[in-house]
Design a binder for this molecule. Structure first.
Ligand code: HAM
Length: 403
């Protein structure tokens, strides 16, 4: 027997219903905010992720599904959605148009991580990317939209926010951070020591308990924000306060992807164990330029579908559609034209085997149909059908064409 690969899962039955309910809900809300659907390839040139997600990130450094294709190209299965959407935005020359563009997407992402609860090698994201709007109002609107998605899905969350500064304040901060980290270097873990050289702000994100304690005293980016970033961050918190969206400022929130600047955020659930981030995102005003497009401010997020799967409160299932069955062999084929007609507007389940009354009623119940339509000897002879409304329990016999 061949099983799925480690860290990869089939989505069937109840889980697939949860999956489609999440996608449908998020799609409906994203469309209300003016987002339109974008589909980009799963395979991209490896260079795209190296340049956007960043060479020093764990994703690029350790987790890429990277290989050489038959034409000798260095390609990679996307580990996230933003890079591909930005590439598509530039490929379509949308960076040269003055109009703002907003895209939503969903689909599989691939990261060669050590699988555990909530951490898969193939997982799915629903994401949004908004291009051309530099105002912090857009960051606020995006956070509002994610809150609305989680509220409609019945999912509780904690929101953490931070500002990662810009090219003015970040270098100043980095210098101070490196100096302070160098002082405690000996006591920090191996990973932290490597990161001091490659990407020092990622040290703040270390999960090691001893490092966390040591880092509590290190300089905070929030204290270094420049004249532009500081008022923007204050405006964002004021807007969230006003909207009644509670949040926590987490100055150690640095995100695992290198393209962010200014606003960064994560939605966290305390009901799903260690892998608690259910959505993450932020502003990435320099990425379009970095990938050779015209400078374009942008902000976005992605929700991890598998992580919220168990948390979703599913709507009550309603009886729907028609179950059609025959009680004699000759009547079976009479069902097909009837089914074809009804399928123009309703869900129809046709039972191909002729059966007794009780067995059909069971079948209709199992199909969760609203109506059960049966044709027996009498109905066949008279050109009628017997129909029962399984909600109101009302029964009637009517001419076939009248149903
Ligand atoms: P991310 O934080 O790497 O951001 O991923 C977003 C979400 O995907 C996470 O919060 C988590 O719920 C889910 N996720 C990540 N890795 C796994 C995994 N191995 N197994 C299951 N779920 C996972 C991004 O990917 C950015 N592209 C988000 C973004 C869009 N930023 C701006 N625009």
């Amino acid at each position: 027997m061949i099983n799925p690969l480690r860290g990869m899962k089939d989505l069937t039955f109840e889980e697939s219903q949860r999956f489609t309910h999440i996608i449908d809900t998020a799609t409906r809300i994203a469309q209300r905010y003016g987002y339109s659907y974008i589909e980009t390839p799963i395979l991209e040139e490896t260079a795209l992720f190296k340049r956007s997600v960043g060479e020093s990130s764990d994703i690029v450094g350790k987790e890429m599904y990277q290989f050489e294709d038959k034409g000798g190209n260095d390609v990679c299965m996307r580990p996230e959605g933003t890079a591909g959407v930005v590439r598509a935005f530039i490929s379509a020359k949308l960076d040269r148009q003055p109009v703002k563009q907003k895209f939503y997407y969903y689909g599989p992402m691939f990261r060669y991580e050590r699988p555990q609860k909530g951490r898969l090698r193939e997982f799915h994201q629903f994401g949004c990317e908004s291009f051309g709007e530099a105002s912090v109002y857009e960051d606020f609107t995006i956070i509002t939209m994610i809150s609305q998605i989680f509220n409609e899905l019945g999912i509780g969350f904690d929101l953490q926010i931070n500002s990662l500064g810009c090219k003015v304040c970040m270098p100043r901060y980095k210098e101070n951070l490196i100096a302070s980290l160098t002082d405690i270097k000996e006591e920090l873990c191996e990973d932290c020591n490597r990161r001091i050289g490659t990407n020092p702000i990622r040290v703040l994100d270390c999960k090691n308990e001893k490092c966390r304690l040591l880092l509590a005293e290190s300089p905070k980016l929030i204290d270094y924000l420049c004249e532009e970033c500081d008022p923007d961050f204050k405006k964002l918190t004021a807007l969230l306060d006003k909207a009644g969206i509670s949040y926590e400022v987490n100055s150690n929130l640095v995100r695992g992807l290198d393209y962010y600047g200014k606003t960064a955020f994560e939605f966290v659930s305390n009901e799903i164990g260690a892998q608690s981030a259910i959505a993450g995102g932020g502003r990435y005003d320099r990425l379009v330029e970095f990938l050779d497009g015209k400078p374009t401010p942008a902000v976005g997020f992605a929700i991890g579908i598998e992580r919220i799967m168990e948390l979703v409160q599913m709507p009550e299932v309603q009886r729907e559609g028609i179950y059609m069955g025959a009680m004699t062999e000759e009547a079976v084929e009479v069902l097909f034209p009837l089914a074809a007609e009804k399928r123009k507007e309703s869900k129809v389940t046709v039972e191909y085997n002729s059966k007794g009354f009780k067995s059909h009623m069971k079948g209709a119940d199992k199909a969760n149909a609203k109506y059960c339509l049966l044709i027996g000897e009498d109905e066949l002879k008279n050109g009628t059908v017997w129909v029962k409304d399984l909600e109101s329990k009302e029964e009637k016999t009517v001419l076939r064409e009248a149903f």
